[in-house]
Design a protein around this ligand. Sequence first.
Ligand SMILES: O=C(O)c1ccccc1NCC(=O)[C@H](O)[C@H](O)COP(=O)(O)O
Length: 227
Amino acid sequence: MSKLVKICGLTSTAMAREAVDAGADMIGLVFFEKSPRCVEPAQAAEIADAVRGEVSIVGLFVNPDMTRLADTIAEVPLTHIQLHGTEKPERVELIGQSFGLPVIKAIGVASREDVAAAEDAFAAHADMLLFDAKPPPYASRPGGNGVRFDVDILAGVKGETPWLLSGGLTPENVYDAIDAVQALAGFEGVDVSSGVESEPGVKEAKLVSDFVGAVRAAASDYMDKDA
Ligand SMILES: O=C(O)c1ccccc1NCC(=O)[C@H](O)[C@H](O)COP(=O)(O)O
């Protein structure tokens, strides 16, 4: 089955067009001031309008208040909200209900226990989970750090809530990463930011297209093996 590809942290309409033309399913717009990928709502609206209807448009927030969410969503109609902070399960659910949008809850994981705890806590409250590496101690942001985690820790995932794999993925390593998790319950796709950039905030068309190509190849080889 085809897997979702989310390209996160787009900062221009040209990058969004390249991501869509490469075959991405979701694009992420970062509304976190400390990120080099942060976009103002007006800029985000332009980017979203350029590809609306062709791709899901995910707004990424870190511990947002309701006013911030409401103001942003009024200016930039989104298809999904991604929460990448320390939001609690009830808060995740409240945000989803308040805005009538599916919520992707990002979780930094480093052990099997982290994965199990995240599933137990958020299964009934989030529409999708995004397993990411924990940010390194020097990081100025909770995600988009290009850091990998050992995907073997996902082996016991229950998968009641669909999930995306992220954290340090690149066109070179995403095939093997998918191969390792492809058969796991709930695996829905992958998310990338740093690995398809020439510098933070600047996506490189060739890297994006190589990344999507590697994801499609991994899914198709898996189906062939399974047949
Ligand atoms: O991308 C950012 O700058 C960012 C800032 C604050 C919170 C989350 C952020 N990115 C989250 C993403 O969805 C990334 O795609 C994910 O963490 C993977 O990033 P990378 O390891 O760089 O591929």
